[in-house]
Design a protein around this ligand. Structure first.
Ligand code: PLP
Length: 422
């Protein structure tokens, strides 16, 4: 591995890591990222073990929406955990977390907590199958719903195919994969095969593999056709939740799902995820008809962090600030690239957008995104890292409540250097 000057301690740690941790990383998503080891994060900043600083636009893949180490969340977690961390039984903070979540979301009456988005997507699918007695579900090209056998699909458009060795191909037999943003196709599929389909599962704004907003009327149209055919609409709001608005994409686009999965931004960086829905569906867990379990579900720290984060989002909403800083960043990065005659394309939301190289114009589907020059962008991401801007090689930029004018200014200086020769 090439040692970048000023990253010698990281290189030594990496040499140790690869001996004991496969690939040196604990998630395959990190395999293509620079092997830097961080020792501190504060606000919008990260510091590596060699003392280099970075303006952070990865936010831990999204959870650090309030910035790193947000004081109110730290205090709440510390105070609560001093009285015990996990009871495997009920405690007041989990009730408060559930009440606040339902209040904030508006459309949901009950929640179950877990630790990861992956597992809560599974709970949503199981519940949808139990409620409808149907097994198939519709999903969309390029939408990510976790790494388990029945949802992990290879990136090429078309029928669901395994993305990993060891993945059971038959676990994907129940998936109907459609291109995103084609309402007629969803309507046709549900009208023809609705009695076999339990749910339509989607990122309500596509953000994992590229930022593509729903076309105007698309979510409302899917909502309507789901209602008409008795198919449940499941929003995977793991990225959009608490980020595109306090009530996530459902609030931002004014369309309520039947079930929704949350994670990442909901607890200031603490590992928490949730499934939310109406009592008529969710009570199937309470009646023992549908199983959902987990030793660490709603543990004290997870519950305390959720309550403190939701409190912050309600009392000091960061949304207007993030929209302003994020929109400036999108515009000014675009201008920097244009002045260097580079075809950098930026698309998405101020709180979460994607950058890549390619022809100008907005992508509407995953197929459009696949035509872009991802390899060239990955090289730029490496250069940004070397200059002190931490971004994902796959193109997403997350903006937190802690990013301000100073971070913006420094980012643009560093990006200008990185763009030279990109
Ligand atoms: C839209 C979406 N759904 C589900 C997941 C899985 O969540 P987790 O990584 O917490 O298991 C992710 C993770 O990136 C995601 O982006």
């Amino acid at each position: 591995m090439k040692v970048i000057p000023g990253r010698e301690k990281s290189a030594r740690l990496n040499a140790r890591a690869v001996r004991r941790i496969p690939g040196g990383v604990n998630s395959n998503v990190r395999l293509d990222a620079p092997r830097v080891f961080f020792e501190r994060g504060q606000g919008a900043w990260l510091w590596d073990v060699d003392g280099n600083d970075y303006v952070d636009y990865l936010l831990g893949q999204g959870p650090a929406f309030l910035g790193h180490a947000p004081e109110p969340v730290l205090q709440a977690v510390e105070a609560a955990s001093r009285k015990g961390m996990v009871y495997g039984a009920q405690h007041p903070l989990e009730v408060e977390a559930a009440e606040r979540l339902c209040e904030l979301l508006g459309w949901a009456e009950m929640v179950r907590l877990g630790s990861t988005g992956t597992e809560m997507v599974q709970a949503a699918l199981r519940l949808a199958r139990a409620a409808t007695g149907r097994e198939q579900f519709v999903r969309f090209e390029g939408h990510y719903h976790g790494w388990l056998d029945n949802v992990l699909i290879a990136p090429q458009p078309g029928p669901a195919a395994p993305a990993s060795a060891g993945q059971l191909p038959e676990a994907l037999a129940d998936s109907i994969v459609l291109p995103w943003n084609d309402l007629d196709l969803v309507a046709e599929t549900l009208e023809q095969r609705g009695d076999e389909i339990c749910a339509v599962l989607m990122e309500p704004a596509m953000l994992n593999a590229g930022a593509v907003a729903p076309d105007p009327g698309y979510l409302g149209g899917v909502r309507e056709v789901c209602r008409r055919t008795g198919v449940l609409l499941i929003f995977d709001e793991v990225i959009t939740g608490f980020r595109l608005a306090a009530g996530g994409a459902a609030e931002r686009f004014g369309v309520a799902p039947d079930l929704a999965v949350y994670g990442k931004a909901m607890a200031g960086g603490w590992p928490v995820a949730a499934l939310a829905g109406p009592a008529a569906l969710m009570e199937r867990f309470g009646s023992k008809e549908v199983t959902h379990a987990g030793t660490l579900n709603a543990n004290v720290m997870a519950s305390a962090a959720t309550v403190a984060t939701l409190e912050l989002l309600l009392t000091d909403p960061p949304y207007a600030r993030i929209e302003e800083i994020g929109a400036k960043l999108m515009a000014e990065l675009g201008e920097l690239a244009a002045s260097a005659s580079l075809p950098l394309r930026i698309q998405g939301f101020p709180a979460a957008f994607h950058a890549s190289f390619g022809e100008p114009g907005d992508a509407r589907t995953y197929r459009d995104l696949q035509a872009l020059d991802a390899a060239r962008y990955a090289r730029l991401a490496q250069r940004l890292f070397e200059e002190g801007v931490w971004v994902a090689a796959r193109g997403i930029w997350y903006v937190s409540a802690a990013h301000g004018e100073r971070e913006l200014e420094i980012t643009l200086e560093r990006a200008a250097a990185a763009l030279e020769g990109a």
